[in-house]
Design a protein around this ligand. Structure first.
Ligand code: GDP
Ligand code: MG
Length: 870
C-alpha cells in the first residue's frame, strides 16, 4: 500500500488503519528527522499531479476523459519513495477547495483541513494559477483568506513555510514581477482578515516564511514540467542546499512513533474548533506516548516468564534459589527501562525523563513484593533464631539481648544488601535519586517506590519484630523474677501470719497490719533489686511495687481467711491450751477437788475469743506499706466497739452457771433472763471484711462443742474416779488424742478392725500389767519411791503375764478356735477384779454411745453437754 486515506470525506480520522499503515512504513523506527509536506489549492488545480511528480507518490489524479467530478476526497497520506538525504518524507494530499461538491457556503471542511495541514506539515505547498495572480476574483483567494484566518488559531513559535507553486507559468512574465504581484495580493487578503487586537499590527511575514516557485504547463510543456518537478524535489531532499526546504532538524518535530497520537489529537482539536498550541501539543503527545511506552514495557516485564519463575523461587524458609536476588530484580527493571529509553528517546526530554522516573517507581512497585516476601521470611527466621538463643542462654538479659540482636542485625543487613537492588542502577547517567524525585505511582501510596524506601520499610518491620522478641524475652524473665520474689514473700508472710493466728494475741489485727506494712516494704525492695538488671522505667517500677504490695495484702488476707475456715481447729487448740493445762502450764491431772465445769467455761471463753477475732477481718484498709496509712484513732475506736459487740454476741455460746445451780428450781425457765439472740449479721461491718457470719460462728461453735464434749466428759469421769480413788475412766492419752485428732478421727481409729484389735490387745495387756504390778499400792509410798519400786517389777511382771498367756493358750488350743475370743480369753484372767473397768473401755470402743453414757453425770456437775444438732 503506497497511499492511505487519513481523513475521510465525512471528516473522520481513521486511527487504527493509520497506525498499521505507519507500521508497514516502519515509521516506529524513524528518528525524529522526517518531514511532512502538504498541498492546498483549488479543486482540480493539479495538486495530486504535482505531488505525484515531485515526490513520486501515487495519489489519484483526475482523468480528464472520465469527467471532472472525480477528485481527491478528504485527506490522504503517502510516503515519498524517492531517496532523501534529510529523512523520510510523508506527503499529504488534501481535498481541493472549490465548493462545487460541498456547496458554496460550506467552507468548514476547507478550514479544518487547512488548519490540520498547517499544524502538522513542515512545509505547506499552495497551488496558484499563474493567470490568477493580480486578479481581483482569483479562484485561489478564498483559500488564502482561510489560511490567514486559521494561522491565528495556531500558536507556533516557528514560522510556517508556505511554498507558493505558480502553475502554468509561461516564459513571458518574469518571476520577480509575479512574486511582487503575489505579495500585493497577499497583503490585501491579510488586511481583509479580521484579527484579534493583539495581532492588529502584525504582518503575515511574522507568521509565515514565504517561498515562491513556478512550474510550466503540465500538458504543453510536459518534459519541462517533469524536469522542474524533479528539481523542486531536490530542495526537499538535500538539507545542505542554500535554497533547501528541509525543516531545521532541531528536534522540535513530533517523533515518528508519536505521529498517530499527534495526528489524532490535532484532528480532534481541529474538529473541536480549539486553538492549537503546538509546543503544548507536542508535550501532550509526548506525555501520551511516553506513558503508553512505559505501560507496555511494564506489562512486558510483569507478564514475562522469567519474573514468574523468580517469584516462585522465593521460598518460605528465607532461602532463594540462588543468592543475588537484588541483581536479578535490577536486571528485570533495567531491561524494561532500556526498552523505554530506546522508544521514547525522541520525545520531549522533560516529559520523557519524568515518565521514566514514573516507570522506574512502577517497576519497583511491581518487583518489590518479591524482595519483601523473601526478606519477610529471612526476618522471621532470624527472629526465631534470636528467640531460641535468648531463651537458651543463662546470661543476664542485657548481655544476651545486646549480643543476640547485634548478630541478627548484621545478618539482616547482609540479606537486605543481597535482596534489594541499588536505586542508582535504574537511574539515567548523571541522574541521582534526589534529582529524580519521587513519582507516586499509586496515588494513595504515601511512600516513594524506591528500593531505598523498600529496604527502609522492611528494616523497620524487622526492627519491630526484633523489639517485640526482645520485649517478650524480657517479659518472660521479668515474670520469672517477679514470681520468684512472690514465692519468697508468700512463704515469709504466710509463716508470719500463720504463727500469729495459731495463738492469736488480743491485738492480732494490729500485729497483722504491722506484718503487712513491713512485709510490703521489704518485699517491694527485694523485687526492685531483682528487676534492676532489666532497667525498668519509673512507671514499670511503680507498677511492680504496687503489684507486690497488693500481692502481700492478698497473701495476708488469704491466710486469715484460711484461718477463719479452720476456726474450729483453732478454737479446739485454744480450748486445749486452757482446759488440759493447769495454771503452771503443765498437763493437768484431774483431782477430786478440780472444778471441771469452771475449767471448761474458761477454755470455752478462750475459744470464743479466738472465734471473735476471726469473725471479721480488721486488716487496715490500705496498710500496704504506704506511708501515713495508719489507722486513725476514730477508726480504731469504731473497730473496737464493733469487735466488743461481736464478742458479746458470741459469748452467749458459753453456758454461764446459774446462781442457784445447786438447788434445782422447778421454775428455772421462768425466772432466768432470756438469752440474748445471736444477730443475723454483724451490724456495721463491711460485707467484704466479714469472714464468719453469725450463723457460721454458730455452726463452728457446735462442731467445736461436739468435738470437745468427750474431752470434758472424760475429765469429769477422771475426776469422779479420782474422787472414788479408782483409775481414771479414760487414760489421759485418750483425751489428748481426742483433742488433737478430733472425735471423728478417733472414731476412725477405733473402727478400723485391725487397729482396734491392736488397741484392745495393747490396752488389755497394759491393764494386766497395771493390776499385776499393783501400781496404786506402790504409789501410796510416794511418787519417787513408788516409781523406783515399780521399775524393778516391770520386766518380771511382763514375763509372768506372757508366760501365763502362753500356758492358757496352749491349754485351750484345740478346744477354742483362735479369733475374737483370743483377746477376751487372754484379758479375762488378767483383768481380774477390774472387769468392770474393762467393760467401761469396751463401751468406749463401741463408740457413739459415750455422750449418752456420761450425760447424767455431766449434768450432775452442772455442765450440760448438748447433743449434736441441738
Ligand atoms: N492546465 C494544467 N492542467 C493540469 C496541470 N496539472 C494537471 N492538470 C490537469 O488538471 C486536472 C486535475 O488534476 P488533479 O491533479 O487531479 O487536480 P487536483 O484536483 O488539484 O488534485 C487533470 O486533468 C490534470 O491533467 C497543470 O499544470 N496545468
Ligand atoms: Mg487531487
Amino acid at each position: 500500500m503506497t497511499k492511505h486515506q487519513l481523513v475521510t470525506h465525512d471528516g473522520e480520522l481513521l486511527e487504527a488503519p493509520l497506525a498499521s499503515y505507519l507500521e508497514t512504513l516502519g515509521a516506529t523506527q524513524w528518528s525524529s528527522k522526517y518531514q511532512v509536506v502538504a498541498i492546498m489549492g483549488p479543486q482540480s488545480s493539479g495538486k495530486s499531479t504535482l505531488m505525484n511528480h515531485v515526490f513520486g507518490t501515487d495519489f489519484q489524479m483526475m482523468d480528464e476523459s472520465r469527467g471532472r467530478s472525480q477528485t481527491t476526497k478528504g485527506v490522504w497520506l503517502a510516503k515519498s519513495p524517492k531517496d532523501n538525504a534529510y529523512g523520510p518524507t510523508l506527503v499529504m494530499d488534501l481535498e481541493g477547495t472549490d465548493g462545487r461538491e460541498r456547496g458554496e457556503d460550506d467552507t468548514k471542511f476547507e478550514k479544518q483541513s487547512s488548519l490540520f495541514a498547517m499544524a502538522t506539515a513542515d512545509t505547506l505547498l499552495v497551488n496558484i494559477w499563474c493567470h490568477d495572480i493580480g486578479r481581483e476574483n482569483a479562484s485561489g483567494k478564498p483559500l488564502l483568506k482561510t489560511i490567514f484566518q486559521v494561522i491565528l488559531k495556531i500558536f507556533n513559535p516557528k514560522k510556517t513555510t508556505l511554498l507558493f507553486v505558480i502553475r502554468d507559468k509561461t516564459s513571458k512574465t518574469p518571476m520577480d514581477a509575479l512574486v511582487r504581484d503575489m505579495r500585493t495580493d497577499l497583503q490585501s487578503i491579510w488586511r481583509s482578515v479580521t484579527k484579534p487586537s493583539k495581532f492588529e499590527r502584525r504582518s503575515f511575514d511574522d507568521f509565515f516564511t514565504l517561498e515562491f516557485t513556478s512550474l510550466p504547463h503540465y500538458e504543453y510543456a510536459h518534459d519541462q514540467f517533469i524536469e522542474e518537478g524533479n528539481a523542486l524535489y531536490g530542495r526537499f531532499a538535500d538539507p545542505n542546499r542554500r535554497d533547501t526546504l528541509c525543516p531545521v532538524a532541531d528536534g522540535s518535530n513530533v517523533p515518528a512513533n508519536g505521529l498517530v497520537v499527534s495526528l489524532r489529537e490535532t484532528w480532534n482539536a481541529v474538529v473541536g474548533d480549539k486553538d492549537l498550541d503546538l509546543p503544548a501539543h507536542k508535550v501532550m503527545v509526548a506525555t501520551v506516548r511516553c506513558e503508553e511506552i512505559a505501560g507496555a514495557k511494564l506489562a512486558t516485564m510483569c507478564e514475562g516468564r522469567e519474573l514468574a519463575s523468580l517469584t516462585s523461587s522465593v521460598a518460605p524458609d528465607g532461602a532463594v534459589a540462588a543468592p543475588g536476588l537484588g541483581l536479578k530484580l535490577a536486571a528485570h527493571a533495567i531491561i524494561a527501562l532500556r526498552g523505554y529509553d530506546d522508544e521514547a528517546q525522541y520525545f520531549d526530554e522533560s516529559v520523557r525523563v519524568a515518565k521514566r522516573d514514573e516507570l522506574r517507581t512502577r517497576l519497583v512497585h511491581a518487583l518489590k513484593p518479591i524482595a519483601q516476601t523473601h526478606l519477610k521470611h529471612v526476618g522471621e527466621k532470624l527472629v526465631r533464631r534470636l528467640r531460641n538463643a535468648m531463651a537458651a542462654s543463662k546470661d543476664s538479659f542485657a548481655f544476651v539481648s545486646a549480643g543476640a540482636t547485634k548478630e541478627a542485625r548484621e545478618e539482616w543487613a547482609n540479606a537486605v544488601a543481597d535482596a534489594v537492588p541499588d536505586d542508582d542502577s535504574l537511574l539515567l547517567p548523571g541522574q541521582t535519586l534526589g534529582d529524580a524525585g519521587g513519582v507516586d505511582s499509586e496515588g494513595d501510596q504515601s511512600d516513594l517506590d524506591t528500593w531505598r524506601a523498600v529496604a527502609d520499610r522492611v528494616t523497620d518491620d524487622f526492627e519491630k519484630l526484633l523489639a517485640a522478641c526482645v520485649a517478650d524475652e524480657r517479659k518472660t524473665r521479668v515474670g520469672d523474677a517477679t514470681r520468684a520474689c512472690e514465692r519468697t514473700m508468700e512463704r515469709a508472710v504466710g509463716s508470719q501470719v500463720t504463727g500469729l493466728i495459731e495463738d492469736p494475741p488480743e491485738d492480732l489485727w494490729e500485729r497483722l497490719d504491722a506484718v503487712l506494712a513491713t512485709s510490703a516494704r521489704r518485699h517491694c525492695k527485694a523485687l526492685h533489686d531483682a528487676l534492676k538488671g532489666f532497667e525498668p522505667g519509673a512507671d514499670e517500677s511503680t507498677a511492680a511495687a504496687a503489684a507486690m504490695a497488693t500481692r502481700v495484702r492478698e497473701v495476708v488476707e488469704a491466710k486469715t481467711r484460711d484461718a477463719a475456715e479452720k476456726a474450729v481447729e483453732l478454737m479446739k487448740t485454744a480450748f486445749a491450751r486452757v482446759f488440759s493445762k493447769d495454771s503452771r502450764g503443765l498437763p493437768r491431772t484431774w483431782k477430786a477437788t478440780d472444778d471441771v465445769a469452771a475449767a471448761n467455761r474458761r477454755a470455752q471463753r478462750e475459744a470464743v475469743r479466738v472465734l471473735g477475732l476471726l469473725a471479721v477481718s480488721r486488716l487496715g484498709k490500705d496498710s500496704g506499706g504506704t506511708p501515713g496509712s495508719k489507722r486513725t484513732e476514730h477508726d480504731a475506736e469504731t473497730q473496737a466497739r464493733r469487735q466488743d459487740a461481736i464478742n458479746a454476741a458470741l459469748s452467749t455460746f458459753v453456758q454461764e452457771p446459774d446462781i442457784d445451780d445447786d438447788l434445782p428450781n422447778p421454775d428455772e425457765d421462768v425466772t432466768k433472763p432470756p438469752r440474748p439472740e445471736l444477730p443475723t449479721e454483724w451490724v456495721g461491718e463491711d460485707e467484704n471484711a466479714v469472714m464468719l457470719t453469725p450463723q457460721e460462728c454458730r455452726s463452728a461453735w457446735r462442731k467445736f462443742e461436739a468435738d470437745t464434749a468427750y474431752a470434758v466428759s472424760q475429765a469429769l469421769a477422771a475426776r469422779e474416779a479420782a474422787a472414788r480413788g479408782g483409775a481414771p475412766a479414760a487414760p489421759a492419752w485418750m483425751i489428748a488424742a481426742l483433742l488433737i485428732t478430733g472425735f471423728d478421727e478417733a472414731m476412725w481409729l477405733l473402727r478400723n478392725p485391725i487397729t482396734l484389735l491392736f488397741l484392745v490387745a495393747t490396752g488389755l495387756f497394759l491393764r494386766a500389767m497395771y493390776n499385776n504390778m499393783d501400781v496404786e499400792t506402790a504409789m501410796r509410798m510416794g511418787v519417787v519411791p513408788g516409781l523406783m519400786f515399780l521399775a524393778t517389777k516391770v520386766v518380771p511382771t511382763a514375763m509372768a503375764i506372757l508366760k501365763k498367756l502362753w500356758e492358757e493358750g496352749a491349754m485351750m488350743h484345740g478346744i477354742q478356735p483362735v479369733g475374737s475370743g483370743t483377746g477376751s480369753g487372754a484379758a479375762g484372767p488378767a483383768a481380774g477384779a477390774n472387769a468392770n473397768a474393762a467393760g467401761g473401755d469396751a463401751s468406749i470402743a463401741a463408740g457413739g454411745e459415750k455422750e449418752r453414757v456420761f450425760a447424767p453425770s455431766v449434768s450432775g456437775e452442772g455442765v450440760r453437754v448438748r447433743e449434736k444438732g441441738e
